[in-house]
Write a protein that binds this ligand. Structure first.
Ligand SMILES: [Zn+2]
Length: 319
């Protein structure tokens, strides 16, 4: 080969020109491929991120308002520089999913040399919305168990520890340490009620949680006072059940379920979101006034369509 090449170089400058020309075509061709591949990759990533963000934004209106969900998704994708003509959004029949597809022609740069002017660019995303399960750290779940029958919306609720007296029951104070095999007390109870559960375990459908024994009066008082003060200090509006900052610390996510026959374990079947309005307590008589609110969205949990829907939803980017 070297010998042949040398022969060309020495004996035939015309052939050398041909070789150089062929080499240049190959070089430019590969440059075209590399640059256009890079530009194409960047465009696909941008489209993919835009459609992900759009369906996530839209999903915040589901399942209650599919029209608002579509509008939110369109608005979001436009803000991210995508032409609305290039994107379609659709809502699932049960209003529990939103899908977005971007489909457009992407301009090529160097590939024009070879007569290739555009390439098809596609991006797809789907978000599923449904009753939340497997709530772990950061989901806002607190150690208060509530019975399913006591979940009522659009009205103030006075929950009393242990239930009874014609008031809606807050059936029991729960020991969330038991999720990881431990045994808590009033100080861990207070911590979890103040900040939301931040341990290693998760609470989900069919989870059994030990009931917390003892008087939780001061733990309840401290935790709720902390939340009310933080709301006053940090929320953008003066929060009420009708008009609140979505991140308001007065929101707690309570496990909903029933007491096992052993009278020691609370059996979780679902979750509900409670907006705290007031707390009064004395001795064993602890009262939390507030309102159950739906929908309420949490991040970092899983969706389970089979469990009771009390309006606490997780959103999962599933495609
Ligand atoms: Zn607030």
């Amino acid at each position: 080969m070297i010998k042949t090449l040398n022969k060309f170089i020495r004996d035939d400058s015309g052939a050398v020109m041909v070789l150089v020309a062929l080499g240049l075509v190959a070089l430019i061709g590969s440059m075209a491929l590399v640059i256009d591949a890079g530009v194409g990759y960047a465009a696909r990533m941008k489209a993919s991120n835009a459609v992900d963000a759009a369906v996530l934004a839209g999903s915040q209106e589901l399942p209650d308002d599919p029209t608002a969900a579509l509008n939110a998704a369109k608005n979001y994708v436009s803000l991210n520089g995508v032409d609305l003509a290039d994107v379609t959004f659709s809502i699932g029949e049960d209003h529990r999913s939103i899908t977005g597809d971007i489909n457009r022609e992407q301009d090529m740069y160097f590939a024009h040399i070879f007569g290739i002017n555009t390439r098809n660019l596609k991006a797809h995303a789907k978000v599923k919305v449904g009753p939340a399960t497997k709530l772990g750290a950061g989901t806002g779940v607190v150690p208060i168990g509530v019975l399913q029958d006591d979940i009522k919306y659009n009205q103030p609720i006075v929950m009393k520890e242990g239930g009874g007296s014609g008031l809606q029951g807050w059936y029991g104070s729960l020991d969330l340490e038991s999720l990881t095999g431990g045994n808590g007390g009033s100080s861990t109870y207070e911590h979890y009620l103040t900040y939301g559960y931040d341990g290693e375990g998760t609470v989900g459908y069919n989870t059994l949680i030990l009931e917390e024994n003892g008087n939780m009066n001061s733990a309840n008082a401290n935790a709720i006072e902390y939340r009310m003060d933080l709301c006053a200090a940090e929320c953008d509006v003066e929060c009420t059940p009708e008009n609140y900052d979505p991140d308001c610390p007065r929101f707690v996510v309570v496990p909903v379920g029933y007491m096992e026959a052993d009278n020691k374990h609370f059996h979780v079947t679902s979750f509900a979101a409670f907006f705290i309005m007031d707390y009064t307590g004395n001795g064993k008589d602890n009262y939390i006034t507030g309102q159950f609110i739906k929908p309420y969205y949490i991040t970092g949990a899983e969706v389970d369509d089979t469990i009771t829907d009390n309006g606490v939803y997780a959103r999962v980017l599933c495609e």
